[in-house]
Design a protein around this ligand. Structure first.
Ligand code: GLV
Ligand code: MN
Ligand code: MN
Length: 430
């Protein structure tokens, strides 16, 4: 009897391990090849890729993703916000989808992995489930979000808070978001129809590169994201007086570029004067008239502030505004701020999804840590309408938003396997 009991408990103990061995896993080479193929859309003579949202390269890449879905017999469409949606049917028609995906647009001079890893892993997961004839109860929904880098456009539309004014914001292609939506096959007059309510999505998961150096430095396989920073953007305008650079004495100038330079230093001073992990950046500047012999009369810069707390963002902004008033008073240059409708609020990831991700990581024998995300993601808007989780994989040397961005095929496959197992376990649980 005792022996029988021991045998039964050994079987009970090892059965999850046996089940794990039967786990299906993604095809690492195919995932890597898709990343390489995707990098061809927008490839330049120097071997680097440019694929800012709404560019011809972005449109061509979107078309290629749709071809991939068609070749897998995955029902698909482009929604009114220009998001690509693919649906793999579930066996229970009353259940809401488990959704996952990321973005394929890139920042100017960006890399091949930001957004692309999560998007290509989503395709790979659908393919591997098809090959293994796996049936899920829930429909599985792939989402390739439109214009993530220019203000998380597609996910904000789905979460129902893409304001009309956002549609007027231009990106570096020169197209406004409204024009971009139309170029991608959406429809600005019906964009509100893509909005989903709480409960319309059973769960949302995003796999993404870390874009920081923690996992790489600590030699960890996976990051479980606990929260995503909020980020706010402004255009800042400096209006001085354009005049002759040779005949105007130094004490009689209203030099907009000089005031902007002091402002840039002040932004850095303010951000570093607070305790905490807030960041503030001036990433873009343009000066008029742009001639060596003219005192710049007008300068425009960007301003971005990020933190896990909206209150901290507001406090940092207030302190920056105060500094700007001082710079304006002493220089005679008028400084004005225009808030852009591209904001993303801080988001906390769902704790039960975090623990499902943790179980998947353990089942695959991978190492991990829980961490915040300093980068913005579509997941932060999806968190407004669905229990949401994010899985990070290492970025070599922590480099991102750069052509030097790199994540190894093994790391990508590890992340994709964690995503796959989490989808399958949520399908059983929810
Ligand atoms: C998106 O990549 C962002 O963090 O800016
Ligand atoms: Mn990015
Ligand atoms: Mn991204």
């Amino acid at each position: 009897m005792k022996i029988l009991k021991i045998i039964v408990s050994v079987i009970l103990f090892i059965s999850p391990v046996l089940a794990l061995n039967a786990q299906i896993t993604v095809n690492q080479d195919r995932l890597k090849n898709r990343i390489l193929n995707l990098a061809q859309f927008g490839i330049q003579e120097n071997g680097e890729t440019e694929r800012v949202a709404f560019s011809d390269a972005d449109l061509a890449a979107q078309k290629w993703v749709i071809e991939q879905l068609n070749s897998m017999n995955i029902e698909n469409h482009i929604d009114f916000a220009g998001n690509v949606i693919g649906i793999r049917k579930g066996t229970k028609s009353n259940l809401k989808p488990i959704s996952f995906g990321s973005h394929i647009d890139r920042v100017p001079h960006g890399g091949n992995y930001d957004g692309c890893v999560g998007s290509m892993a989503a395709l790979e997961i659908l393919q591997v489930l098809n090959e293994n004839k796996v049936k899920t109860k829930h429909p599985l929904e792939l989402i390739i979000f439109s214009n993530e880098e220019g203000g998380v456009m597609g996910s904000r539309a789905i979460a129902g808070h893409l304001g009309r004014s956002a549609l007027g914001v231009k990106n570096s292609t020169g197209f406004t978001m409204g024009e971009g939506v139309m170029r991608l096959g959406g429809d600005t007059t019906r964009i509100s129809e893509v909005t989903r309510k709480k409960g319309d999505v059973a769960a949302f998961l995003e796999l993404h590169i870390e874009q920081g150096g923690i996992l790489d430095k600590e030699k960890l396989n996976i990051g479980i994201v606990e929260g995503i920073v909020g980020l706010k953007w402004w255009n800042v305008e400096f209006n001085g007086f354009a005049n002759h650079a040779g005949t105007t004495p130094m004490n009689a100038r209203k030099d907009a570029l000089l005031a902007a330079s002091k402002f840039i230093i002040a932004v850095n001073d303010v951000a570093t004067s607070f305790d905490g992990a807030q960041v503030a950046t001036v990433g873009r500047i343009s000066a008029e008239s742009g001639a060596p012999n003219v005192i710049p009369g007008k300068v425009t810069t960007s301003l971005e502030i990020r933190d896990l707390s909206s209150e901290v963002i507001e406090n940092v902004y207030a302190a920056i505004q105060k500094k700007a008033e001082e710079i304006s008073a002493e220089s005679g240059v008028e400084i004005s701020f225009e808030k852009l409708d591209t904001t993303a609020d801080p988001a906390i990831m769902d704790s039960s999804i975090q623990s499902e991700i943790e179980k998947s990581i353990n089942s695959l024998g991978l190492s991990y840590k829980t961490m915040p995300s300093g980068a913005g993601h579509d997941a932060q808007d999806m968190a407004l309408i669905a229990p949401t989780g994010m899985i990070f994989v290492p970025s070599k040397d922590g480099i991102s938003h750069s052509p030097k961005e790199f994540t190894s095929a093994t790391d990508m496959a590890n992340g994709a396997n964690v995503l796959l197992q989490t989808i399958l376990s949520l399908d059983k649980k929810l």
